[in-house]
Design a protein around this ligand. Structure first.
Ligand code: AMP
Ligand code: MG
Length: 347
């Protein structure tokens, strides 16, 4: 199959996407978070072909994308707290779980009693959803296990020949997947942190929000994943990523020592560091993850840097860390998973 790339802003592109969706085909499209691989959420066969194109395990459910709340009628119930959060953060990078009806195919929810729904804010995504008029089930448009795509070129790397159309809307602004929030049992719980932070949600709800334990550590062998996606290896470059924690100077020294000794042993090795620290690693091929003063910039760049490591054939990678607060929680969740939570304490 030939994969066409079209400018996402063009009306012809939106119309072509709408036709493909209606006939059960897949289309990759940009959102403010990452690129999604979409299909008509009400067409079981089309939804199954998402899993095939990505190589995604069938028990990892998909997020349904809408442009208008009226599309939720008949698909799910809406808890009261969800109304407040929709008013505050939709359209935007917040996905919520809703108790679902029979109308939502099991293929979308992996048989779970809830359906994950979000309203993207990127204008061309919003418009595309409006033109096609269908709820669109869409996971990130990468092959399973690879970093999520934040440019149309990333999607092409993973999906060329597998899907008929990629809409190109340029680089994604947030650069990390949406926050996934469960309001359907007990205290509101963040299953996956993202651009809408715990602090922002607490402020709107006026009460505490929990964060699932597995956000910053691996699942324990007997632990049930609240969000099935947490079970899988994710965001992982081929090389071995190690996070280096500790006080400033010691962190930089350990990163230099590790990287240098790997290079002397003949391994291709580099460091990931903040813009402010690039000069501290002249012999360690420093990769800029953005300013330490700006979590959102780090989020925006992270997946592109992770993908580059594979293109460069990096075998070992040593990375600085950010405080796990605000958007930093989402950055540390993705970096942690890229590293398989492998951490070195610098003293
Ligand atoms: P992706 O679309 O690739 O960004 O992944 C969607 C994420 O949302 C995965 O981590 C899923 O496990 C999670 N998710 C989707 N639907 C549900 C649901 N009904 N319950 C819990 N997690 C969900
Ligand atoms: Mg994904």
């Amino acid at each position: 199959m030939e994969t066409l790339i079209m400018n996402a802003e063009l009306p012809e592109a939106m119309e072509r996407a709408a036709r493909l969706f209606s006939s059960g085909e897949l289309v990759a499209f940009p959102t403010e978070t990452v690129y999604g691989l979409g299909a008509n959420a009400l067409d079981r066969k089309a939804v199954l072909s998402i899993f095939a194109a990505k190589g995604r395990p069938a028990d990892n459910p998909l997020i349904v994308h809408i442009w208008n709340r009226s599309q939720m009628t008949g698909l799910c119930e809406i808890p009261k707290d969800a109304e407040k959060l929709m008013d505050a953060f939709w359209p935007g990078p917040l996905t919520m779980l809703f108790p679902r009806t029979e109308k939502v195919p099991d293929e979308v929810t992996a048989g779970l009693p809830t359906v994950a729904i979000r309203m993207p804010s990127l204008p061309c995504a919003h418009k595309m959803l409006q033109v096609c008029g269908l709820p669109i089930a869409a996971p990130s448009a990468n092959r399973s296990g690879r970093p999520s795509p934040t440019t149309a070129a990333h999607v092409m790397e993973d999906m060329a020949g597998r899907i008929p159309l990629i809409l190109d809307g340029g680089p994604c602004q947030v650069g990390l997947e949406s926050t996934v929030l469960d309001l359907t049992r007990g205290d509101p719980t963040i299953l996956r942190p993202g651009g809408v932070t715990k602090e922002m949600i607490q402020e709107v709800l006026g009460r505490d929000v929990e964060v699932a334990g597995s956000v910053l550590r691996p699942l324990k062998p007997d632990e049930k994943a609240l969000s099935p996606g947490m079970r899988y290896k994710h965001y992982a470059p081929t090389g071995t990523v190690t996070l280096v924690e500790g006080e400033g100077e010691a962190v930089h020294r350990v990163m230099r020592e590790q990287c240098t000794s790997d290079r002397l042993a003949g391994r291709k090795s580099c460091v990931l560091c903040f813009t402010e620290h690039l000069d501290l690693f002249p012999d360690c091929d420093p990769h800029d993850i953005g300013s330490r003063e700006d979590d959102r910039e780090v989020a925006h760049r992270l997946f592109d840097v992770l993908r580059r490591l594979d293109q460069e054939g990096m075998e070992t990678i040593y990375s600085e860390v950010v405080p796990a607060e605000g958007v930093g929680l989402a950055v540390m969740n993705r970096l942690g998973r890229a590293a398989g939570f492998r951490t070195l304490k610098a003293e």
